[in-house]
Ligand binder design. Sequence first.
Ligand SMILES: [Zn+2]
Ligand SMILES: [Zn+2]
Ligand SMILES: [Zn+2]
Ligand SMILES: [Zn+2]
Length: 353
Amino acid sequence: MESAESLRNKCRACYRQFNKMEHLVEHMRTSYHSGHEPMCGICKKHCRSHESLREHLIGPLPKVECERIFKERGCHICLDIFSSRNALKAHLNSCQLSRTNVNGLTYRMANLGIFDDMRNHENGGGRGGRVVALACKMVGGGSDGSLDLCARVCLIDEYENTIFHTYVRPHLPVTHYRFETTGIRPEMLKDAMGVRQVQKKIQDFLSNGEPLWKIRPKGGKARILVGHGLDHDLKCLEVDFPGMMIRDTAKYPPLMKTSKLSNSLKYLAKAYLGYDIQTGIQDPYEDCVATMRLYKRMKYQRHKIEDFPQVTDPHRNNFASWRQNELERMSPDDLLALSRSDYYCWCLDSRDI
Ligand SMILES: [Zn+2]
Ligand SMILES: [Zn+2]
Ligand SMILES: [Zn+2]
Ligand SMILES: [Zn+2]
């Protein structure tokens, strides 16, 4: 039995119970609950990630009542609950994606040399907008072949159109072509574009005419860059781009396994889009499409609109501006209303960038 006292001190987001109100206040200060967290469609429990919501609904240790309803009319991909089995069926047609891209082409584009459509995407206006996805494939350098060297790069727009796709000639000798996964042979890189030239093209394209120091997320010309593990890709390409413009599926808390551990892109595509990628020889175009689709899924989630959605917002109305004894007199609902997210939820990207 839950005592009246512990019910009073129950977190309204994750449902943890505390013996004392001061412990709930302490929990609320450090948990950064918000309406941007993935939430169970049945009991409304907030979870830190879609991964923990999946555990709550599917297992290994699911909540029994939620699991029962979820099995009946829950979508195993986006984890939403529907009003009936038929509604779920209709939804699955659009939720489960296929490896084929939106233009009806299979991802595997004939062994292309250089494809460059950057000029048609200048100024970020019209189709394609300001959001682009980038992915690389690496070959090995160094004496044991473990040093990653970018040998192939792809850039796509929001509509899965290729903007730029090329083999890249690294500036260090390649000691391992990793053929089983890259499909790359020495002759493909021999006359390919050099990494310096690729670096400049991508840098210019992403900045879109704005100096690095001037780049800002809203109202500017620079592009929003989507990808998986972009730190590594950008480092290999020697491209500099500010973190506030980057949407990385390996670092976005709702898509991570734990707060420190990322999921692989292969796993994310299977679990959150419903299809397999990276089987056999890998194409960076396919990685671009998967990350862009994941980005859009996250961006179009319907979350409550708040004036100051992040804990770091300068005008925040949260715990810092209240005294401990004032907080201890508040109800758990009031405490949740004060709480703000500690990460930038992608739903905050405006719909028209
Ligand atoms: Zn909580
Ligand atoms: Zn959100
Ligand atoms: Zn639940
Ligand atoms: Zn779904």
